[in-house]
Design a protein around this ligand. Structure first.
Ligand code: SF4
Length: 266
């Protein structure tokens, strides 16, 4: 049975309240060179988590710059290059200042920058619940064991399926989640086959994986570096899942329903 991730959040809330009150400074001393290490940062914002089993929870997002992929439906093309250099200590302070116990590293591809693993470790040591939204094209094994990885497996419709690092699946833990963004019926059938091949549903049932998420791609116009995507009807996806009795969790991008789909910083 899946655990409710919001239940897990409860004890860490206290840690985060303490962090907001200043006791974050009482965390084990972090080597200065780690905090002084820099990352390319696109934006930090406090919003509502729109995806995964954490959807609906207030969350602070740290969006890092850069991604080696060019998915057809990418909605954050601006993160490919835009950004500035920021010290890890500065990013951690900005996250702590929100008082939010839940933080997500996103991108771009956040793990494409090697120092992102340091950032994850520092945030975990400050008592925060850390989610990492990763494309699955980067080795996730160096991530701090306290972090939750949401592994976005790229389907053929993304145009980037050959970038999947399948060995990442062996590293997934009980709280991690696997996500497939689907552009059409062929993607759905492909995802269904991968779920069976890698016994993902069994892993969820046995408590060795947090969830399998299926998401209908939103329509995305052609961009400067992406080809765009016509999108998939959520209703079609829902009907396929029900007809197949597929043991997955359908999700949408909540923030695109709350705000206009192209709105940045939410
Ligand atoms: S992995 Fe794909 S969807 Fe995610 S930022 Fe990179 S190009 Fe965009």
């Amino acid at each position: 049975m899946q655990t409710n991730p919001l239940q897990h959040l409860m004890p860490t809330c206290h840690g985060a309240k303490a962090a907001a009150a200043g006791s974050v400074l009482g965390a084990p001393a972090m080597a200065g060179d780690v905090l002084a290490g820099t990352l390319r940062l696109n934006e930090i914002f406090h919003s509502i988590q729109g995806e995964s089993t954490w959807a609906g929870a207030p969350c602070v997002f740290v969006r890092l710059t850069g991604c080696p992929l060019r998915c057809t439906y990418c909605d954050t093309e601006y993160a490919f290059r835009e950004g500035r250099t920021a010290a890890i200590g500065e990013i951690v302070d900005a996250v702590a200042a929100t008082g939010c116990p839940l933080v997500e590293l996103t991108g771009g591809e956040p793990l494409a920058q090697k120092r992102s693993f340091d950032l994850v470790r520092v945030l975990c040591e400050r008592g925060l619940t850390v989610l990492i939204e990763t494309s699955g094209a980067v080795d996730i094994s160096p991530c701090d064991a306290r972090a939750v990885r949401i592994l976005d497996i790229k389907t053929p419709g993304s145009g980037e399926a050959d970038r999947n690092l399948w060995q990442n699946l062996a590293d997934l833990r009980a709280r991690d989640e696997v996500k497939f963004v689907l552009t059409d019926r062929a993607d759905y059938d492909w995802a269904k086959a991968k779920i069976a091949e890698h016994r993902l549903a069994e892993r969820v049932r046995e408590g060795r994986l947090g969830a399998i998420l299926l998401s209908a791609a939103w329509a995305q116009p052609k961009g400067m570096e992406i080809t765009g995507c016509a999108g998939l009807s959520p209703r079609s996806l829902a009907e396929w899942i029900v007809a197949d009795r597929l043991p997955v969790r359908m999700q949408t991008q909540l923030h695109k329903i709350i705000w206009e789909p192209q709105t940045r910083g939410v």
